[in-house]
Design a protein around this ligand. Sequence first.
Ligand code: A2H
Length: 253
Amino acid sequence: EGVGGQEYTLIKMKLLEPYPAKLSSLAGKKIFLVAATLRPETMFGQTNCWVHPDIKYIAYQMKNGEIFISTHRAARNMAYQEMTATQGEIDIVAELKGQDIMGLPLSAPLTCYQVIYTLPMLTIKEDKGTGVVTSVPSDSPDDYAALCDLKRKPLFRSKYNVQDKMVLPFEPVPIIEIPDFGNLSAVAAYDKLKIQSQNDKDKLAEAKEMVYLKGFYEGKMLVKGYEGQRVQDVKKPIQQQMVVNGGAVLYME
Ligand code: A2H
């Protein structure tokens, strides 16, 4: 544990009011679920936000008056990085379980969907990033598999109190073209390997291997403003664009 290692982009996904019971005392304040990603250039394709129903999260006060939601572990890292309201400390305003923040509407940077929802992902690790993951099913096999699970299984949705409207209208968005994989590389890899669910660990690892390096070196952007540019060339500029516009912050762990 500690600071200094991997740099992540923290995507700020703004919670829309009215807030749920456990956060109702925070009405009028800006609350963000923050998701750690290594792929800022894919944020044009966000379709939802993943939280684990059984993981504990906290809401806490940041330096600029905003409130972030993440695991306690990530909050501690942010405290060390002088991002929280009191330097080195965490001012907790709510303690939550993933299920308390399931099915909530969010506004996220760059995505074409005006409102996206928090949905359950059972493979989230408690000890990585913030415990909150943004979902880009076009380019992440894990995200596509988890979204397919929810779309196919009404019982899985109802178990976690997720409504159809939070899942069914959301389709992967073509944002990056990769030779041999087309414009929805995660979908192509998922189909090719006949992946069955988000728990298909080995095949998902293989799918990731298939698309990542090739995507980084040969992937070309399809989105407006970046058309035809290489993934490796737009990563930093797109990260910076979000940071400047208040949609993201940098975070180390
Ligand atoms: B990535 P690394 Cl498009 N549990 O973001 C499980 N997965 C987590 C996590 C956690 N606690 N925290 C972050 N992640 C995911 C985008 C993306 C990502 C794309 C393609 C691949 C990809 C959209 N989801 O990651 O072990 C986040 O998903 C492939 C591994 O630190 C984050 O980036 O390398 C990535 O894993 C960080 O994993």
